[in-house]
Write a protein that binds this ligand. Structure first.
Ligand code: SF4
Ligand code: SF4
Ligand code: SF4
Length: 261
């Protein structure tokens, strides 16, 4: 059974309860933040911020043809893609698919190459410099296997987040969009059905994906697919070569620092 998460953005009120719950359950420390013109806090994903509420300010025409301001909110984080670019590009095999269809990282295998961060078409992979490992949303695997919903889902008071079997989540999303289309919003749509092979996180959106900061047609780069098919069988050799490259880079920059002193 493939687990999926349904995010109904039309029910999200941006309270950020889910964001706080993710931090708390996963014991993710706070981090220094900056104001970059939006109300998103912190502004970027990192090894310490695996999901966040996205705020997008927009305008819509009212019944009198007048532009009125509106907010578009959504919960964003790892999409648990079927065609997961991060998993394809990871030379050490640290990133893998679980039996629930979600995407997880085995930190003990991460060699700090950062390839997954660059390959993710949604820009949601974080990297923790202090520990030298990539980190992201785990879909609360530890909770799911013990019969609990993900922490962000449990914390959501408006039912904007739901978790369950993928086919059921899709059915619910399509029903909701059909209802919205019939009741005055022809732009409402479902996102995640086919994108990158179908994502584990599915959205009900009130407008086009770009208005929420989601790529309209996310793609796994050709180089990533090429790398996956060519180097996967030679993984052990590639890991040793990359690890050696990273080590010698590190060693020569230390030498330079010593010389400068
Ligand atoms: S959203 Fe990015 S980090 Fe998550 S599975 Fe897809 S490629 Fe990997
Ligand atoms: S940083 Fe770690 S998890 Fe990411 S691709 Fe490299 S080895 Fe894999
Ligand atoms: S599923 Fe778990 S790890 Fe992922 S965003 Fe929700 S609380 Fe965080």
């Amino acid at each position: 059974m493939k687990q999926s998460m349904l995010i109904d953005t039309t029910l999200c009120m941006a309270c950020r309860g889910c964001q706080a719950a993710c931090k708390q359950w996963n014991q993710l420390p706070a981090e220094a933040t900056t104001f970059e013109g939006t109300y998103e806090n912190p502004p970027h994903f990192s090894g310490r911020t695996w999901m966040k509420i996205v705020f997008r300010e927009d305008e819509v025409e009212d019944e009198n043809g007048k532009e009125q301001p509106r907010w578009l909110f959504s919960r964003q984080g790892c999409m648990h893609c079927s065609d997961a670019a991060c998993e394809m590009v990871c030379p050490s095999g640290a990133i893998y698919k679980t039996e629930l269809g979600t995407v997880k990282i085995d930190e003990s295998k991460c060699i700090s190459c950062n390839y997954c961060v660059r390959a993710c078409p949604f820009n949601v992979m974080g990297f923790e410099r202090e520990d030298g490992v990539a980190r992201k949303c785990t879909f609360c695997y530890d909770r799911l296997v013990n019969g609990y919903a993900p922490a962000c889902d449990s914390a959501c008071t408006t039912d904007a987040i739901k978790t369950g079997d993928r086919s059921e989540m899709i059915e619910e999303a399509l029903e909701k969009v059909a209802h919205l289309n019939k009741n005055g919003n022809p732009k409402a749509n479902v996102y995640g059905l086919d994108e990158v092979g179908g994502t584990g996180v599915i959205y009900v959106l009130a407008d086009s994906p770009e208005k929420y900061g989601l790529p309209k047609e996310p793609e796994v780069a050709l180089t990533t697919r090429f790398w996956n098919s060519l180097f996967r069988p030679l993984r052990a050799v590639v890991v040793i070569a990359i690890a050696f490259g990273l080590w010698s880079n590190h060693a020569s920059s230390k030498k330079l620092q010593k010389k400068d002193k």
